[in-house]
Write a protein that binds this ligand. Structure first.
Ligand SMILES: Cc1ncc(COP(=O)(O)O)c(C=O)c1O
Length: 385
């Protein structure tokens, strides 16, 4: 069959391949410690589920306005007020079908064919594909542990090309869990806006940070950046497919047209359920889970180091550890397949996240309970002897 040329340039999302194989092995009765997935192991908090059931009982099953039900857009605005002290007009908030839809639409909005978007390498695997889908160019900037695995103003300046129109970053990041400090965010904003470009900040892992200093939102610095966020990670709602974006003044109208055309509206029941995501009761549950994630991180990082994995310093957020495996292998993909099929531990090969020293890295998620992580570490220990 004749398929469009651009489909040949899409790359696999290997974490999902590993997820499928993990599910297959589990269905055959194998016990797998799941350190590959990018979703919290907790099921969605009870008050959110109760709100969903109520919405279904009340027949709230029709399309909603494209940018989301007004109550949810306002609830998200209130969240910015409570947690960041920011007044954001709810008209700038657009509810989306997971942040994946938001990432795609922000690229639609900014990129003409041939334009370039600067991305960190390693970074979230789907972003280059959102760019390629538009016949635009993902422009990879290698980042290292010394840069906190994040883009800096200096890196942007040295990698900016004639066709570059913007920069996309995630803080905390996937796969490294590293954050961009407030000072570096400001410098990034100044560098990008000084060049007439656009800055997109994916804040999907906000709420899941483990150091004392709060992670800054780019919205504390400027209203000109695009912010991507989601109910998937901190709010534990991956399968509900609900995210949001905050856009600069004057942009919501065109996004409204995009949503009308591309998918009409986001899942209705999920939107009504998400109204309960910000309640004190839910927030209490989520805060407890955050504490548990921190305990797991504090266990896993030294445990992996003891086994010989290279981890510069403990990641500040998300639920990932990006570990250097060059002591064990030059081929992280084989390493991960072997760990999965022969030792019952799922993790994700570094080559999912880019090219830069990728084959020497593996991403471990700490989304399973501590006892399971301990079992996983023990299995890895045995695999390495
Ligand atoms: C950095 C980052 N952005 C966006 C997403 C997409 O998440 P969702 O579409 O579930 O909101 C993910 C998922 O793993 C991610 O890690």
């Amino acid at each position: 069959m004749r398929l469009a040329e651009r489909t040949r340039h899409l790359t696999r999302f290997r974490a999902v391949d590993f997820l499928e194989e993990t599910a297959e092995l589990q269905s055959q009765g194998q016990d797998i410690v799941r350190m590959g997935v990018g979703e919290p192991g907790f099921s969605t908090a009870a008050p959110i589920v109760a709100a969903a059931n109520k919405a279904i009982d009340e027949g709230k099953t029709s399309y909603t306005p494209p940018c989301g039900i007004p109550e949810l857009r306002q609830a998200i605005a209130d969240h910015y007020k409570r947690y960041y002290g920011l007044s954001i007009d709810s008209q700038r908030i657009i509810v989306t079908t997971g942040s994946s839809a938001a990432l795609g639409m922000v690229c639609d909005l900014l990129l003409n064919p041939g334009d370039g978007l600067l991305l960190s390498d390693p970074g979230y695997p789907c972003n280059p594909n959102f760019v390629r889908r538009l016949d635009a160019e993902p422009q990879f900037v290698p980042v290292n542990a010394e840069d906190n695995y994040q883009l800096t103003a200096e890196l942007v300046a040295s990698h900016w090309k004639d066709n570059t129109v913007g920069v996309m970053v995630a803080s905390p990041s996937n796969p490294t869990g590293e954050v961009i400090s407030r000072g570096n965010l400001l410098a990034l904003h100044q560098e990008v806006s000084g060049r007439g470009g656009s800055l997109v900040v994916d804040e999907i892992y906000h709420g899941l940070t483990y150091e004392d200093e709060p992670v800054a939102s780019i919205l504390e610095i400027t209203n000109e950046a695009f912010v991507i966020n989601s109910f998937s990670k901190f709010f534990g709602m991956t399968g509900w497919r609900l995210g949001w974006m905050v856009v600069p003044e004057g942009v919501a109208d065109i996004i409204n047209v995009m949503v009308q055309n591309f998918y009409i509206s986001s899942p209705t029941v999920a939107q009504y359920a998400a109204l309960s995501a910000f309640s004190p009761e839910t927030m209490g549950i989520l805060e407890q889970r955050r504490t548990e994630f921190k305990q797991r991180r504090d266990y896993l990082v030294p445990a992996l180091r003891d086994l010989g994995f290279g981890i510069n310093h403990a990641p500040s957020g998300a639920f990932y550890v990006y570990a250097d495996v060059k002591k064990f292998t030059d081929n992280c993909e084989d390493f991960c397949w072997q760990l999965l099929r022969e030792h019952g531990v799922a993790c994700t090969p570094g080559i999912d996240f880019g090219h830069h020293r990728a084959s020497h890295h593996v991403r471990f998620s700490y989304t399973e309970p501590l006892e399971r992580l301990k079992l996983g570490v023990e299995r890895i220990r045995q695999a390495l002897v």
